[in-house]
Design a protein around this ligand. Structure first.
Ligand code: MGD
Ligand code: MGD
Ligand code: SF4
Ligand code: MO
Length: 692
């Protein structure tokens, strides 16, 4: 080894449940090799296909290295280099003009989880926008419907210990493509299977995970709650429920039993498109296998009934007593295990009372709605690529193209959204900044420290907002806090789950398991963090919000059964879950991954392709009233009949016609949490005119 070569640890910042610790070889100022930390109990020495090539991202010639100002038309992506001083002065001046003319709420921050670090995701940025009085953003694009549904039943986003799944006898991957989107869970599942567990995947599409499962239940999109009610129907009918668990640790078992009675197998079969015998066998297996682990993720919450779907699924482990056993229960997310002090970190108290909140899943409407008062006149985008990822792309891009909208984009790469920016600012990679990371797929807290200097003039999210605060003349002392100050403020270090964990210890050891037992069996003896302290099969809180208090089924907004008139014109359901080599739209322009994914494609069942004259390899148009996009047809029964699947998210500008799958998705919201409904879509497909 050459002198000065050292091995350091950093944390993967991407929006993924696995929150891997990476081990990096650094020589001088340059990172030269990177891999999964072999010592980390969840990372276990490997990274996913994407982040294995992270150094190509860090050192990519495409990286934005300097502030830039627009010189061409909006949407064209033509810029000239400017200094940080010029960039910040102009942003501050434009913000002041907007505030003078329309008030501070005409400024809208737009961010999501491009960087999932506790600081990078939301800290100094929030403080600055709160102190300015900018519009608040409701960050609903991914998980809020499911989280609300899960919390209504269980009380908080806590579930079985992901490492304890090795002891499960039955594992259900329900609306999650674990092999692509939660790959570090997979070795634990494989270990359970070596010990005799069966794996069943519930997914309309034969995903990579479904392909590797013992059984695949390919239900119609958005009908999961009906399947869960059918399972409960069989369980209660045949007396397979865990009466003792229901009596001691739940409320509303009688209501749920009556609800399940409304779901005989024929009705469930008609609603879900599954075979009645298949449903019955699955229900009996679920009730009889202990421990049983249902791993859900967010696929099934991207529907009109996504909140209720997650809520209803979350009742299953209480009904059969699965929570009693290590590795038994259900898991959506582990995020509530971390005692985060969001208020101390983000200072919502600085925001003037009555400030409006804007739902990020309706950006297109917000930017194009002439009646919005005040209109959005300045937009600051970071950690996100809305021109590619937000629903109803026509309306989003029309909004971003407005000449009277001043748009700042803080980014590492020239995304679709950057093309619409008035001012572009260069962002750091995880190798270049400080942060602290919780996880939504395991129980470790991890510290990230910079291991190389920032490339070019890149700055971290926290530093950009710290500097902007000064430029804007904002003088609250918390706007000068350092990253270390904020990491300290971000957690309740005295909480029992933090016992033994300190920043100093994290500096030495990088990643520490929360102080919970191993295995962590959170609800073996009840103790649900709900208002009643029990698992709420009936939840009065939901009634207060206008929902059915009892777990049930909310049908899709767009489906053949629930919208027959619309389905006459657009008879095919459309979903656009993650492609294996992309992470949302991150990595979607990295050459190696573009090669591996090939090109934007849609998978259509042979029986749906034939009557439309669609053949394998042909370019097709996927369309509905909202818009259309072009893609290569893959004719395969990996999509069930009536379903079209377009793995995503491609950069729109890299697709033929400049539109991706979000050209057809909807800005309508889910039943709970204001969540987005990306997978609740009807379309039709036709061969594209061959004009080229
Ligand atoms: N490689 C990779 N990993 C990722 C991501 C990525 O883009 N790429 N994204 C990250 C992010 S932000 C998130 S939120 C998670 C997302 O990962 P997941 O929560 O796993 O969610 P999705 O990928 O949307 O969908 C997962 C599966 O749900 C299926 N599905 C769609 N609709 C339904 C339905 O109604 N019912 C059922 N049962 N299944 C349905 C899809 O076909 C898909 O196979 O993964 C994270 N990890
Ligand atoms: N059709 C369809 N659309 C979807 C989905 C789907 O399944 N289908 N999934 C939805 C889901 S689950 C999600 S979570 C959203 C995700 O949508 P986004 O949160 O917008 O995620 P990305 O597309 O990955 O864009 C994140 C951007 O942040 C940048 N970035 C990374 N680190 C930093 C940093 O430290 N600072 C700054 N300033 N920028 C940084 C990255 O380069 C990247 O361009 O997309 C949603 N859109
Ligand atoms: S994207 Fe997920 S699996 Fe890949 S390295 Fe990051 S945390 Fe690990
Ligand atoms: Mo997400």
């Amino acid at each position: 080894m050459s002198a000065g070569r050292r091995t350091l640890k950093v944390v993967c910042p991407h929006d993924c449940p696995d929150t891997c610790v990476m081990s990096v070889e650094v020589e001088g100022d340059r990172a030269v090799a990177l891999g999964g930390d072999p010592e980390h109990p969840f990372t276990r020495g490997f990274l996913c296909a994407k982040v294995n090539r992270y150094l190509e991202r860090v050192y990519s010639p495409e990286r934005i290295l300097h502030p830039m100002k627009r010189v061409g038309a909006k949407g064209k992506g033509r810029f000239r280099r400017v200094s940080w001083d010029e960039a910040l002065d102009e942003i501050a001046a434009r913000f002041r003009e907007v505030i003078a003319a329309h008030g501070p709420q005409a400024i809208l921050p737009y961010s999501y989880a491009g960087n999932l670090g506790v600081l990078g995701y939301g800290s100094m940025d929030r403080r600055v926008f709160h102190a300015l009085g900018a519009s608040l953003l409701d960050r609903t694009i991914c998980a809020t419907a499911g989280a609300a549904g899960y919390e209504a039943t269980v009380g908080a986003t806590l579930g079985f210990d992901p490492e304890a799944i090795v002891g499960a006898r039955l594992i259900v991957a329900w609306g999650t493509n674990m092999v692509s989107s939660n790959v570090h869970q997979w070795p634990f599942v494989e270990e359970a299977r070596r010990r005799g567990a069966r794996l069943v995947t519930v997914d309309p599409y034969r995903s990579r995970t479904a392909e590797r499962s013992d059984q695949h239940l390919a239900l119609l999109p958005g009908t999961d709650a009906a399947l869960a009610l059918g399972m409960m129907h069989v369980v209660f009918r045949d007396g397979l429920e865990d009466r003792d668990y229901l009596d001691r640790f739940t409320v509303g078992a009688g209501d749920l039993r009556r609800r399940a009675a409304e779901w005989p197998l024929e009705r469930v079969a008609e609603t879900t498109g599954l075979d009645p015998a298949e449903i019955e066998a699955f229900a009996r297996e679920y009730a009889g296998s202990h421990p049983s682990a249902i791993r859900i993720n967010y696929g099934l919450n991207r529907h009109a009934g996504g909140g209720m779907a997650v809520r209803t699924l979350a009742c299953l482990p209480a009904v059969v007593g699965a929570w009693r056993h290590p590795g038994g229960g259900i898991l959506l997310s582990t995020s509530a295990a971390y005692p985060v002090r969001t208020d101390a970190l983000q200072r919502p108290d600085l925001s003037p009372p009555g400030t409006r909140t804007i739902n990020m899943s309706q950006l297109g409407r917000v930017l194009t709605d002439g009646a919005l008062d005040p209109p959005v006149k300045a937009l600051f985008v970071y950690n996100s690529n809305p021109a590619a990822i937000a629903p109803d792309q026509e309306s989003v891009q029309r909004g971003l193209a407005r000449d009277d909208l001043f748009t700042v984009v803080h980014e590492l790469f020239p995304t679709d959204t950057v093309d619409f920016a008035d001012m572009v600012l260069p962002a750091t990679s995880t190798l270049e900044h400080y942060d602290i990371h919780k996880s939504y797929g395991h129980l470790y807290l991890s510290l990230n420290r910079p291991v190389i200097p920032p490339r070019g003039e890149a700055l971290s999210n926290t530093e950009v907002f710290r500097r902007l605060a000064t430029r804007l003349g904002l003088d609250h002392p918390c706007l000068r806090d350092t990253d270390e100050d904020m990491a300290q403020q971000a957690f309740d270090w005295g909480h029992p789950r933090m016992a033994g964990i300190t920043l100093e210890r994290l500096e030495r050891e990088t990643s520490l398991r929360l102080n919970v037992p191993a295995p962590y069996v959170p609800f073996a003896e009840g103790g649900f963090p709900t208002p009643s302290g029990r698992c709420e099969l009936r939840a009065e809180r939901l009634a207060e919000q206008g929902h059915d208090p009892v777990a049930g089924y909310v049908p899709p907004r767009e489906s053949v059964m629930s919208a027959p008139e619309l389905a006459k014109r657009y008879p095919l359901a459309f979903i656009s879950p993650p492609a294996h080599h992309f992470l949302n739209s991150t990595f979607s322009a990295q050459p190696v991954f573009v090669r591996r994914e090939g090109e934007a494609s849609v998978t259509i069942h042979p029986e749906d392709a034939a009557p439309r004259g669609v053949v394998e390899g042909q370019t097709v148009r996927v369309f509905n009233d909202r818009g259309s996009f072009l893609a290569r047809a893959r004719v395969s029964d990996a999509s069930r009949r009536g379903l079209v699947v377009g793995l995503s998210i491609w950069w729109a500008k890299m697709c033929p016609g400049g539109r991706n799958a979000n050209a057809v998705t909807s800005q309508e919201l889910a039943d709970m949490g204001g969540g987005a409904t990306f997978h609740d879509v009807l379309v039709d497909v036709a061969p594209a005119e061959t004009s080229a």
